[in-house]
Design a protein. Structure first.
Length: 396
């Protein structure tokens, strides 16, 4: 609804259109600061976090891959208020969204962008009317929002190689579908699990670097031979040193000499060496950091092979919790946003959602729900279908 009011200018009264909008839109802040401590932390931009937390960290890599691949593999159902469709233009578009990707590849890229940056952008190659001809997932590190006077995005700038393409959002339907995670301190961009796990990623990477440096520069031998002469001297003669080295190489090195006892003479003493308590602490610190990364992404540590986790009684329970608490909420939210966006292109309301009946990890609890609802004699068939998320039957 557009309203007008008049203001006094140099030429007299001038009509100024006023668009209805949120009262807080004009004071939305684009900036968000992060507190810094005395420790040295890596950069928190999307590119740095992707390089350090995904490409350079096995725990972050596996968490993103697990969630993205599991979400992309979920079968989707397309329906409206009246029926569930076996054939529909939206289903055809999802089956092959662009010449280079299928449905699974498109959604895996989209979920990966959301997990790494907190933002997912889908571009519609718009035809003259109807559904888009193609869908493409755009890299979130190349996208920036152009806010309007009311605080809402009026355009998106996509920058590659010094060249910028602007997607105008003033028309209808929108060429860009922006899916963002919740961020309590940013009105335009989402907060990713990778950013929440940034401290744990730094600790895990630092522990790995320390271990590698230990192997390269300060690896400890299994022990040391100490010489104490009869007159108190602590140095071997050249002949004695060469003989000792020769004896060690010929009789106490290699697999065939493993466990062979050593005969020491002439004031020689053997002192075994091992890792100090501080060295062993790095190993437990690295495991704790790996667990924190998994917790930030919502992946049970048991699924990542992290030892010492006893939260779930068995692997099956951890797998079910992974789907119920992590994969399904993300997939449901993303598919609903894309369905709403495509409904504007189509000109008719449609719904996309994961098909819970075809998820093996949830088969047991789904069977229990079907039995419980099916045995409820006080419910009609229409009420039972509504409880199961099914559209009503078409009247004959």
């Amino acid at each position: 609804m557009v309203m007008h009011f008049f203001r006094r200018g140099r030429g007299g009264a001038v009509a100024v259109p006023e668009q209805k909008a949120s009262a807080t839109g004009r004071v939305i802040s684009m900036a968000s600061g992060t507190a810094r401590s005395g420790a040295i932390w890596s950069a928190r931009d999307v590119g740095s976090m992707t390089r350090l937390g995904f490409s350079g960290n096995p725990i972050g890599f596996r968490c993103v891959k697990l969630i993205a691949e599991a979400g992309a593999a979920l079968p989707l159902v397309c329906q409206d208020a009246e029926r569930r469709y076996d054939a529909h233009p939206v289903i055809d578009l999802m089956r092959r969204p662009n010449p280079g990707q299928g449905r699974a590849e498109l959604f895996e890229a989209l979920y990966g962008q959301i997990l790494l940056s907190g933002n997912g952008y889908v571009e519609a190659v718009v035809r003259e009317q109807g559904l888009p001809g193609e869908l493409h997932v755009l890299r979130s590190d190349r996208m920036s929002i152009v806010p309007g006077a009311d605080g809402w995005p009026v355009a998106y700038d996509y920058t590659v190689g010094g060249r910028t393409h602007r997607f105008d959002m003033s028309g209808h339907p929108d060429p860009i579908c922006h899916i963002k995670a919740f961020h309590p301190q940013d009105d335009h961009y989402g907060l990713s699990p990778m950013q929440a796990a940034a401290v744990a990623v730094d600790v895990h990477n630092a522990a790995s670097s320390w271990s590698k440096a230990l192997l390269d520069n300060a690896a400890r031998p299994s022990g040391a031979i100490i010489y104490k002469g009869a007159d108190g001297q602590g140095a071997l003669s050249p002949d004695q040193y060469d003989r000792l080295v020769s004896e060690m190489e010929s009789h106490h090195q290699g697999a065939r000499n493993a466990g062979r006892p050593m005969l020491l003479e002439g004031g020689l003493d053997w002192k075994p060496m091992g890792f100090s308590p501080s060295d062993m602490e790095f190993h437990s610190t690295k495991q704790a950091a790996a667990r924190e990364i998994a917790v930030a992404f919502g992946v049970p540590p048991m699924l990542l092979g992290i030892p010492g986790d006893a939260t779930y009684a068995n692997y099956q329970e951890a797998h079910r919790a992974f789907y119920r608490l992590t994969v399904l909420p993300l997939a449901t939210r993303v598919s609903a946003a894309i369905a709403y966006w495509l409904s504007h292109h189509l000109g008719a309301a449609i719904e996309l959602r994961p098909d819970l009946d075809q998820i093996p990890a949830l088969a047991a609890e789904r069977d229990q729900q079907w039995q419980r609802i099916g045995a409820a004699q006080f419910l009609s068939d229409a009420e039972k279908r509504a409880l199961l998320g099914l559209p009503p039957l078409a009247e004959a």
